[in-house]
Design a protein around this ligand. Structure first.
Ligand code: FAD
Length: 396
């Protein structure tokens, strides 16, 4: 089978690797002239680390990422009181068959790209049109010089992100929903960061209307900061839009002094408005289907967008293994049946988490904090991190 994947992000590259491993001929068409990622960190949760192990990339990930052996820690916004702290290391491996890592996005993308022989990746191919008849699908691409190429395929996977052209062809008008929030993101060099932020701990500070996350990446050389706050009139969705450190300081005024220090040790920040989409009613039409953010763009509150894209990639390859051109459509429907309920659930739960993370101080916040203190978040995450394991509980 000839499979065309539109989009060479984390999802598209992982799909090509899994499909090739399953014996199918998959080619990635990416609009950019070179693969690039934004300067930011990413959590590689166990449900993402397990598929990476199947791609034989875990050893390399261990080299470039920080393993969260120590803890996962929630703190209170104004005094830093630890609401709970949980060791991740051995317990995580025992329960979910893999550790949890934090990495630089560019390192993760480079890891996938390195594993993909260059001839399976066509850069400077922006998909501008897509169609199908009973026999095959066809795609049109434009390059920077305005030249057009036409490609035919037995199956097409739209892995072209939140503004997917392929999704627009399948499900026109599925508008993005503005969350009212924005994300500030910065990377702080180790030597400038306060000691508290250098620990191999994913720390999440909860406060009224906002939350603040930090963890070290790049073998500890940088601290990744992502801070979620009300967007005000900020609407730019671009991951490269520049924000202002002083706006970030103002948003987190009154929070623990160590956070102010951490913000002030950054030299610049990106800022973008957070959008998501509601679950789609279908991902597939005939020979065309969707994967990753193109299928299920979600808010980042479970750190699961890329993990879900990689789960998609693995499931897609399992469904297409052994399929022929004339059974492609049935295989894609099977893939959608397996993946759409799971990804939609994570999408909706990510949306729901805002409320809990951002409670104003008061009775509900006290109740949440008491539950956190009693809880076992690692075990409670079994539906998420243990997905597909024989011991995993059913989805909540
Ligand atoms: C603040 C924030 C924090 C996050 N943190 C985490 C985290 O910790 N863990 C996690 O798992 N996820 C996280 N995510 C989500 C994650 O980043 C995304 O879900 C993931 O990058 C989606 O991957 P993708 O390959 O589907 O799409 P993308 O990464 O968007 O890739 C799409 C690719 O398609 C290309 N493309 C687009 N249009 C075309 C076209 N017409 N023709 C050809 N190519 C095209 C693009 O250039 C791009 O390379 C976070 C997201 C945000 C916003």
């Amino acid at each position: 089978m000839r499979i065309a994947i539109v989009g060479g992000g984390i999802g598209g590259l992982a799909a090509a690797l899994f499909l090739r491993q399953a014996g199918q001929e998959a080619t990635v068409y990416e609009q950019a002239a070179e693969l690039r990622e934004v300067g930011a960190g990413i959590v590689v949760s166990p449900n993402m680390a397990r598929p990476l192990r199947k791609l034989r990339l875990l050893a390399e990930l261990e080299r470039i990422a920080v393993r969260l052996d120590a803890a996962w820690e929630f703190r209170r916004w104004n005094d830093g009181r630890v609401l709970f702290s949980q060791p991740m290391g051995e317990a995580c491996e025992r329960m979910y068959g893999a550790h949890c890592y934090v990495a630089h996005r560019a390192d993760l993308l480079a890891l996938l790209q390195k594993a993909l022989p260059a001839q399976w990746l066509r850069l400077d191919h922006r998909c501008t049109g897509i169609g199908q008849d009973g026999g095959e699908a066809s795609l049109t691409f434009a390059d920077r010089g305005g030249r057009e190429t036409r490609v035919t395929a037995d199956a097409v996977i739209g892995a072209d992100g939140i503004h997917s052209t392929v999704r627009e062809a399948l499900a026109p008008g599925a508008d993005a929903r503005f969350s009212g929030l924005c994300a500030f993101r910065c990377l702080v060099p180790q030597e400038r960061a306060p000691a508290m932020a250098l620990r191999p701990v994913q720390t999440l500070w909860l406060g009224p209307g906002r939350h603040f996350v930090h963890y070290p990446i790049c073998a500890g050389r940088l601290v990744n900061v992502v801070a979620i706050a009300p967007a005000g009139d900020w609407r730019a969705e671009s991951w490269t839009a520049e924000g202002k450190i002083e706006d970030m300081v103002r948003e987190f005024a009154g929070w623990d002094e160590r956070l102010r220090q951490l913000i002030l040790s950054a030299t610049d920040t990106k800022r973008w408005a957070l959008y998501d989409r509601s679950p789609l009613e279908r991902w597939t039409a005939g020979r065309i289907s969707l994967l990753g953010d193109a299928a299920h763009a979600m808010l980042p509150f479970y750190g699961q967008g890329a993990a879900q894209a990689i789960e998609d990639a693995e499931a897609l390859a399992a469904c297409l293994q052994g399929a022929q051109a004339d059974s492609a459509a049935a295989a894609l429907l099977r893939y959608e049946e397996i993946r759409r309920p799971r990804a939609s659930q994570v999408q909706l739960m990510s949306r729901g988490r805002e409320l809990r993370n951002h409670l104003p101080d008061g009775p509900e916040q006290l109740q949440r904090d008491a539950e956190l203190a009693r809880g076992d978040p690692l075990r409670d995450s079994a539906w998420l991190y243990g997905h597909g394991l024989p011991s995993a509980p059913a989805a909540r």
